[in-house]
Design a protein around this ligand. Structure first.
Ligand SMILES: [Zn+2]
Length: 471
C-alpha cells in the first residue's frame, strides 16, 4: 500500500476532500475505526455544522469524504496535567535523581513562571498533547500569584494564560483551579506554606472559591475545582469546600469536577492517619467529597476500604503511570478499582512522557508485573481509560457515535511500530508518534502528523530554554 506520511492514500480515494476550514459539515471515511460495539473496517463518519457526529455507517467512501488511513479512535482525555512540569523533562535524573532532586528543580521552574512565559510553555505543552491525540486536558492549576504570594492585578491572570494557551493549541481545557492552603502535614498538624509555595496559596478556602469563581466557561474552556491534597487542605476546610465547589465549577454540564491528589506516596497516608486517624480517602469521605464528580488523582496506596468507598460512589481515579514510575511512587490497584466500580482515566501529570497510548498500555503492563497475569484489561477497556472526558465535565466525548463530539484521532498502521498489528489492538503497539490526524469538535488540529502551530519541538525548545539559563 502506498501511503505517504500523512496517512492519506493516493489512488483509491475517490476524493481526498482536502482540508475544509471551520467546524462541522464534514465527512470522513475511516479505513478502520474503534466503535462502541467494537472495531470495524470501512466506516463513514459524518459531522454536523455543530461539530458533533451526525451519522456513523459502515459504507464505501463517497465523493467529498476525507480519507483517514489507519485506525480512527475517539479523541483522548488527559485528565491530569501540570503544564509547567514539561520544563523538567530530562532535567531531574542527575544529582542522585531522588525525589528531592525533582522537587528542587520543580521549585526552580515554578519560581520563574510569569503570565507571558507560562503562556508560551503551556501552549507548546498542549500542542505536544494534541500531537499525541489529546483533545481535552484537565490542568491542575496552582501557580496563581506572583512570587511571594501577591496577587496579579487580575488574580486569575495565570489561569487566563493557560486558557489562551489551550485555545491556541486547539485542545479543550478544563482548568481545575486548585486550593493549596498549607505546605504539608505531619502528626502535629498542617505546616505553613514555604517561601517557594507562597505563590500557590490563597488566604483560606473562601478566598480560593471567590477567586476561582471569577473564571467562567467560554468556547472550549471549562472551569472545574481541585484541592491540592489532604496535606495542603485541612479537614475543616475540606468540609467547607464541599459547599463551595459547585459555584466554582462552570462546565456547561451537570458535572462539577473536583480533582484531588490522593495517596500518591505512603507518607501522606501515615501523616493523615497520625493526625486524624483516617486515610486520605477516609478524610474526603468524612468531608462529604466522595461522589461521582470526584477524581482521585494517583490513588496509588489505598486500603480495601478506600477502594470500596470510591467504587460505591462511582468516583473517578486518574492514573498517571509514567509519572508514578518516574517518581518511584508505586503501582496503584487499577484492576481492583475497576472491579469496585471506580471509573478510570489517564493523566500525563508531570509530562516526563506525553503519550496517552503509553499511559494506557502501562496500566495493563504494570498489572502484569504485580499479578503475573496477562489480560487484566482488554484493549477496549484501555480505550475507555484513555477517553475519560466526563471526569473533566466534558460530556458527549469518548465515543464515535451519533450525537457525540466530533473528536477523532487517527493512528497509522504502516509505521515500524504498528505495521502488521490488528487495528483492535493498536493501543498495545502504537506510540504517540503514530498519530497522524487529530480533530476536536470537528476542527482539524493535527494533520499529516503536524500540528497547526507548526514545529512543536521548536516551540517547546524556545519556551523551556529560558528557565534554565541561570541554573
Ligand atoms: Zn499532580
Amino acid at each position: 500500500m502506498s501511503v505517504d506520511q500523512s496517512g492519506v492514500q493516493g489512488g483509491a480515494a475517490p476524493d481526498q476532500g482536502g482540508s475544509t476550514p471551520g467546524n462541522g459539515g464534514r465527512s470522513f471515511w475511516c479505513e478502520h475505526a474503534l466503535l462502541p460495539d467494537g472495531p470495524a473496517a470501512g466506516v463513514r463518519v459524518v459531522l454536523g455544522e455543530d461539530g458533533r457526529i451526525s451519522a456513523v455507517e459502515r459504507a464505501e467512501a463517497r465523493t467529498g469524504d476525507e480519507i483517514l488511513h489507519g485506525v480512527t479512535l475517539p479523541g483522548f482525555a488527559n485528565t491530569h496535567s501540570h503544564a509547567f512540569h514539561r520544563a523538567l523533562r530530562g532535567r531531574t535524573h542527575d544529582a542522585g535523581g531522588t525525589f528531592w532532586t525533582w522537587r528542587e528543580r520543580m521549585y526552580h521552574v515554578a519560581a520563574r513562571l510569569d503570565p507571558e512565559n507560562y503562556l508560551a510553555l503551556a501552549r507548546a505543552a498542549y500542542a505536544e498533547m494534541a500531537l499525541a491525540g489529546v483533545t481535552a486536558v484537565g490542568e491542575f492549576h496552582y501557580v496563581h500569584h506572583q512570587v511571594g504570594g501577591v496577587p496579579y492585578e487580575d488574580p486569575n491572570e495565570m489561569g487566563r494564560a493557560l486558557q489562551q494557551a489551550a485555545a491556541e493549541a486547539g485542545v479543550a481545557l478544563t482548568l481545575l483551579d486548585t486550593a493549596y492552603l498549607h505546605g504539608g502535614l505531619d502528626e502535629t498538624g498542617h505546616t505553613a506554606l514555604s517561601p517557594e509555595q507562597a505563590r500557590f496559596g490563597d488566604a483560606d478556602i473562601d478566598a480560593w472559591a471567590q477567586r476561582a469563581g471569577g473564571l467562567r466557561a467560554e468556547g472550549t474552556f471549562r472551569v472545574g475545582a481541585a484541592l491540592h491534597s489532604v496535606r495542603a487542605v485541612p479537614l475543616a476546610q475540606l468540609r467547607e469546600a464541599a459547599a463551595l465547589v459547585p459555584a466554582v465549577c462552570d462546565t456547561g454540564s451537570t458535572i462539577a469536577p473536583l480533582h484531588v491528589h490522593v495517596s500518591e506516596q505512603p507518607a501522606e497516608n501515615r501523616a493523615a492517619l497520625a493526625r486524624y486517624g483516617l486515610t486520605p480517602v477516609g478524610l474526603l469521605a468524612e468531608a462529604g467529597l466522595v461522589g461521582p464528580d470526584l477524581t482521585a488523582v494517583h490513588a496509588t496506596h489505598l486500603t480495601e476500604e478506600d477502594v470500596r468507598l470510591l467504587g460505591a460512589a462511582r468516583s473517578w481515579v486518574s492514573l498517571c503511570p509514567t509519572t508514578e514510575r518516574d517518581l518511584a511512587d508505586g503501582i496503584g490497584p487499577a484492576r481492583a478499582l475497576h472491579d469496585a466500580g471506580v471509573r478510570l482515566s489517564l493523566g500525563s501529570d508531570q509530562h516526563a512522557v506525553v503519550d496517552l497510548v503509553e499511559e494506557a498500555r502501562a496500566v495493563e503492563m504494570h498489572e502484569r508485573l504485580t499479578t503475573h497475569e496477562r489480560g487484566r484489561f482488554t484493549p477496549q477497556d484501555l480505550l475507555a481509560l484513555a477517553t475519560g472526558h466526563e471526569s473533566l465535565g466534558r460530556e458527549g466525548a469518548g465515543r464515535i457515535a451519533p450525537g457525540a463530539r466530533g473528536d477523532l484521532v487517527t493512528i497509522r498502521l504502516d509505521s515500524v511500530r504498528t505495521a502488521g498489528a490488528d487495528p483492535a489492538q493498536v493501543l498495545l503497539a502504537a506510540s504517540a508518534a503514530d498519530v497522524t490526524t487529530v480533530i476536536r469538535d470537528g476542527e482539524t488540529i493535527v494533520s499529516d502528523g503536524r500540528h497547526r502551530l507548526g514545529d512543536v519541538g521548536a516551540l517547546l525548545r524556545d519556551a523551556i530554554a529560558p528557565f534554565w539559563e541561570d541554573a
